[in-house]
Design a protein around this ligand. Structure first.
Ligand code: E4P
Length: 280
């Protein structure tokens, strides 16, 4: 059962409903699940197979429908296909379609110019969104500004801490900085710590007060085996370069922020390549 003192919502990061069931069995609860094209490509049922575009979309739909049946009260994030040429209109078209797949969907758009335009229109239409591939405080400010007016619960922001750690920057600093910046706002965006690689990440996200975190099954299992602790007082990754806080004005238009980030471009490239590799 979920510890009473735990305010962070716990999501599973997986494209496999078997893992949803397994997690429910050992953890006893799950507040949601995140998927992405690379996680769908890792689903054991795709191994050695090739699909037409329609078949692959149908497979993705089947996965999230099954997840949604296991955790009907939770949120299930579904990611649109986007490469560097995909327009906002095309992302929005996919987003609208995917949002109708299940009653508890959040649609993931990349935090790029086109992705932000799609998100802005989506929230106006009452859709729930999860802005992904976030690597900077400026991107977080742009998401806040682009989705202003949305109801709390309808907008998630996913900073990828593991991928920042991979290149020597302390990803957890970004979570801390965004939470601090959002304290000055109206609270309509929830911070979802993503790209969690180990139990230290999970516990530090809880300790910092991240609204949500998404974690691979392996780390959730370690957490359960440790008795579901909710503190990490000693997370000081000395080898990683700190990410400094920036003073930003959330009241500006989203286009005023510098949303470019090399890791976002690499991430879009990798997600689209993993998806395209499944196509015949
Ligand atoms: C979840 O929403 C993210 O897509 C996921 O956590 C990314 O994790 P990775 O950096 O390990 O691929």
């Amino acid at each position: 059962m979920k510890p009473e003192n735990l305010r962070t919502k716990i999501f599973l990061d997986s494209g496999d409903p078997a893992e949803t069931k397994e997690t429910m069995a050992f953890l006893g609860f799950l507040d949601g699940q995140t998927t992405n094209p690379s996680l769908i490509a890792k689903n054991p049922e795709t191994a050695g197979k090739k699909f037409t575009r329609e078949e692959l979309l149908g497979f993705y739909r089947g996965v999230v429908e099954e997840v949604s049946r296991v955790i009907p009260e939770g949120s299930v994030s579904i990611e649109v296909y986007a490469d560097k040429h995909t327009s906002a209109e095309e992302m929005l078209r996919q987003g609208r379609e995917m949002f109708a797949w299940i009653p508890n969907a959040h649609i993931k758009y990349p935090t790029t110019r086109e992705g932000l335009k799609a998100a802005q229109q989506s929230v106006k239409e009452g859709m729930r969104v999860n802005m992904t591939l976030v690597f900077s405080q400026q991107q977080a400010a742009a998401v806040y500004a682009a989705t202003r007016g949305a109801k709390r619960g309808n907008v998630f922001l996913s900073p990828f801490i593991g991928r920042l750690d991979d290149r020597g920057e302390n990803g957890m600093d970004l979570i801390e900085n965004i939470l601090k910046m959002y304290q000055k706002g109206d609270g309509h965006v929830e911070v979802l710590t993503a790209s969690v690689r180990n139990l230290h990440h999970l516990l530090a996200a809880v300790q910092l007060g991240s609204d949500i975190l998404t974690s691979p099954l392996k780390v959730l299992r370690e957490w359960a085996q440790a008795g579901l602790p909710a503190r990490e007082d000693f997370y000081k990754p000395e080898a990683l370069t700190p990410i400094l806080y920036e003073e930003l004005n959330l009241e500006q238009d989203w286009t005023a922020f510098d949303i470019s980030h090399e890791l976002t471009d690499v991430g879009v490239e990798r997600f689209s390549a993993d998806w395209n590799a499944l196509l015949s």
